[in-house]
Design a protein around this ligand. Sequence first.
Ligand code: SF4
Ligand code: SF4
Ligand code: SF4
Ligand code: FES
Length: 652
Amino acid sequence: MDMISINIDGKQLKVSDGKTILEAALENGIYIPNLCHHPDLVPSGNCRMCMVEIEGGRGQITACNTKVAEGMVVRTDSQEISLIRQTTLELVHVNHTQDCTNCNKNSNCQLQKVTAYVGVDEQRLKRMRRTRPIIVDDTSNPFFVLDHNKCIMCGICIRTCDEVQGVNALDYGHRGFHTIVSTFGDKPIKESVCESCGECVVRCPVGALYMKESRIPTHEVKTVCIYCGVGCNLFLGVRGNSVVSSRGDRESIVNKGRLCVKGRFGYSFVNHPDRLSKPLIKRDGKFVESSWDEALDLIAGKFASSKGSKFATLTSAKIPNEDNYVIQKLARAVLGTNNVDHCARLCHAPTVSGLVQSFGSGAMTNSIDEFTNISTLFSIGSNTTAAHPIIGLHIKEAKRRGAKIIVANPKEIDLCRFADVYMQHKPGTDVVLLMGMMKVIVDEKLEDKEFIKSRCEDYDQFIESLSEFDLDTTERITGVPREKIEEAARIYATNKPSSLVYAMGITQHSHGTDNVLAVSNIALLTGSIGKESSGVNPLRGQNNVQGACDMGGLPDVYPGYQKVNIPEIRAKFEANWGVKLDPEPGITHTEIFNEIEKGNIKSLYQVGENPILSEADANHVKKALANLDFFVVQDIFMTETAKYADVVLPAT
Ligand code: SF4
Ligand code: SF4
Ligand code: SF4
Ligand code: FES
């Protein structure tokens, strides 16, 4: 952006062209009072507190929505400006409860700051005050309160819900003196479309929106959200030995300070009284607390008696890389088996197998912040805004900038509200839909010939495979009208950069790998891969599915996807770990329970997993677990599965 020269209050400044006067002033340490400005939002100019004068201009203008211009001379204070600000501010105070000492924003409140700077005439305020009935707080939301009596009508919450969240749960309601922030139909917030993200709460400049549970921490710890695969960066606030707050890291390219309801409010489990803190050994059908030494001696003895193929371990997509590395090494190097797996088997195993075949790596090919600059987003089998809310926000942001959105999903998901093309195909017809789209792309010569020539193999065979997928057949099988298939194909192939996201809607299938291969093929066909904001992106469910796979929490590979049955690779690990390793790949998550049921696996060590909930057939898992000789679970709470264990170890 070009730099231009302006003068504010006699200071000569170089500022970026395109900035507003308010931004330029604040960035250069010149305070202009403001109440409705927020750097994340489009200026609304409604509080009238940021009035300034421009040399050669007429009267006063608002600094928050006036752009700087070369040679501009700005005055931020004058008698007229002071009078306007003071009068406007007094009108705000007239409606405001004067309850600062009981307010959680006390000392951190924009209204206090502006009042201290501008000043109010207490006598005039007294005369202007009108009796307004106290409006009852909206406490319906489980996480935050809306106190109308402290609201200054800045509209920041309303604009946040629209511009940041794309939810539009809030707006002004009623008229004149009785105007309040309200929901559609003036219902309690809980009954509105509010998603409880708390984004409006953290931006409210006063104490009108505040969190129910949050307390001021003594210090903060930077960490990563433990819920989904987006990996939002956040700061957990600590007070004493408790986590008392959570806030997004504005410097993070993943979430830019934003959090969803889980990351913002879901931290009470950390200090929950039901957390496991001591090892438990089952005696006569009941768990009793034990020392670590006693529990570890028992485990070591039992595991030693069922080494090799009689042993299996389920590692976890919810623990760090280091823990996954150690657990798979324990199974391989100490207990002599490759029977290591984790819950990725139930969600994204087809991603690993499909994307490794196509691209050599089973991971997202774009960084999350690249979504903001896409021209086309194709979402298939992903309820993106619900399951990966912050990626959903990046996509909505891209839409606001003019990106096109294509959604293919049997369920009409929230993202459909933003879609240019929505294809509601029948469940299980993903491959046909994608093949139909690819046929359109080839028939209309929209493929990227250069990319195909230099980067792809077996193209003729691929073209042959498309012959069955004419539009009539595709329409009949998928139930999607041919015009939509054509439109989606054209947009994806021509409105570049195009990026594709998918999730368990296409992987949790008997033919999940075929779905992933079809998704890779459409990206390869159009050259929409390996470029900025252009690629194929599996959205992972748990927070560290990627790490658990990378670290070798899989039966056929060591860390780094190095095959256990390739002698040179095995020799390398044997040399490093100083032991002989099993040359045969182990068995998978689902096979492990089959083998336990058959009596072939005698001992199981399971960390941070709950198969009775996550496996498709809970009764099968229960039956199998009852057949084990020895079962150890390590977890943070007593889970449905942990109840079947012989020893339960507390995890952190
Ligand atoms: S609730 Fe807060 S953010 Fe919303 S209009 Fe009132 S003062 Fe502004
Ligand atoms: S919590 Fe989120 S969804 Fe709910 S009103 Fe506030 S910004 Fe909108
Ligand atoms: S989007 Fe995922 S990682 Fe981000 S705050 Fe929500 S649950 Fe946590
Ligand atoms: S900050 Fe400019 S009008 Fe409110």
